[in-house]
Design a protein around this ligand. Structure first.
Ligand SMILES: O=C(CO)COP(=O)(O)O
Length: 214
């Protein structure tokens, strides 16, 4: 199980979380990545933790003020990128363009969707993985795997029907090792989470608990 911690725009210290994630990953052998604000990619990557962008733009080099170029994310240490997070929704053509931009820059790609139908559509665009995150459960304290196990199973089936090379992740409300284990039991290859770590008083303790569920 891959554990991807999305720091969103939470007011946490990205270096404290990155350092804790690196240490817990090294001690446990678990795969843990941290996805900070674009402006923090380089200093998070310098800690040695696997670092992901929260978004990349669909465009290439050129006159695109305000874009997050996939190449720039990669040059600053990103190894992968989220695309179409529920809080950063894109048009279909732009999701496709961002997947291609990620591939061009050698970034691993995870396309997010709200429900199994979107997950099937996302899988058809050929990312490395897709992630189902029901918006109503994001930021809550009940894990998607407990609140709506069927949505995870249906997302796994939807992706598999399109392309069984595309891994399926789930997220929303994940904060414990039990949540990680439940997600794995439903067929997820990993979890996306944010508030459980970014808002924690002791992010290292939460990360240690999370890997206990792998
Ligand atoms: O959106 C999420 C991860 O990308 C999930 O957020 P929470 O873990 O805060 O529910």
């Amino acid at each position: 199980m891959f554990i991807l911690v999305n720091l969103k725009a939470y007011p946490c210290d990205p270096i404290e979380v990155a350092t804790a994630a690196r240490d817990v990953a090294e001690a446990s052998g678990a795969r843990i990545a941290v996805s900070p604000q674009a402006a923090d990619l380089a200093r998070v990557a310098e800690t040695g933790v696997e670092t992901w962008a929260q978004h990349v733009s669909p465009n290439e080099h050129g006159s695109h003020t305000g874009s997050t170029l996939a190449e720039a994310a990669a040059d600053n240490g990103a190894e992968g990128t989220l695309i179409n997070h529920s809080e950063k929704r894109l048009k279909l053509a732009d999701i496709d363009g961002s997947v291609q931009a990620g591939e061009r820059a050698d970034l691993e790609t995870i396309v997010c969707g709200n429900n199994p139908a979107q997950i099937g559509a996302a899988a058809a665009l050929g990312p490395d993985a897709v992630a189902v995150e029901p918006p109503a459960l994001i930021g809550g304290d009940v894990s998607v795997a407990t609140a709506d196990p069927g949505i995870v199973e249906d997302a796994v089936a939807a992706a598999e029907a399109v392309d069984d090379d595309v891994d399926v992740f789930c997220g929303a409300g994940v904060s414990t090792g039990e949540d990680v284990a439940a997600a794995g039991d439903l067929g997820a290859a990993g979890v996306l989470l944010a508030s459980g770590v970014a808002k924690a008083d002791d992010p290292a303790a939460v990360l240690e608990d999370l890997v206990s569920g792998i």
